[in-house]
Design a protein around this ligand. Sequence first.
Ligand code: AMP
Ligand code: ZN
Length: 134
Amino acid sequence: MENCIFCKIVHGQIPNFTVYQDEHTLPFLDIHPVTKGHTVVIPKVHAETLLDLNGEITKEFFLGVQHALERVEKILSPDGFSIGWNHGRAGGQAVPHLHVHIIPRSEGDGGGSMHSIIKKPSDVSVEELAKLFA
Ligand code: AMP
Ligand code: ZN
């Protein structure tokens, strides 16, 4: 993808601070870290979201996420992590190339959990909703 900033990083056209890399995955330090060691992990192939990634590559990609996590854990030994990704514009995704955020956390750092991202409960009950998945 010509104009994709993360593809440019994969192809060495934009520099990055690499945390670990393998055939399918490139984790690098986020340029605007929200905590020390904030890392983004990308598949080397362009895919806008997880739904666009080939299943076989997905397996390799998440292995790469695990390896990146091990590396950050070993080097920085934080108390915990928030790990996840923004999916689609409504989900907060600014760069349209799939990336998993690894955010080191420390006790009492004042940050929230996944549950603090949004509070907008469904207007139908969980039981009612479950029928759609039955
Ligand atoms: P998102 O909002 O989930 O799309 O996050 C995109 C992330 O990529 C942000 O945290 C940015 O700080 C980060 N980012 C953008 N450009 C670069 C870059 N050239 N090198 C490292 N991180 C970047
Ligand atoms: Zn890309």
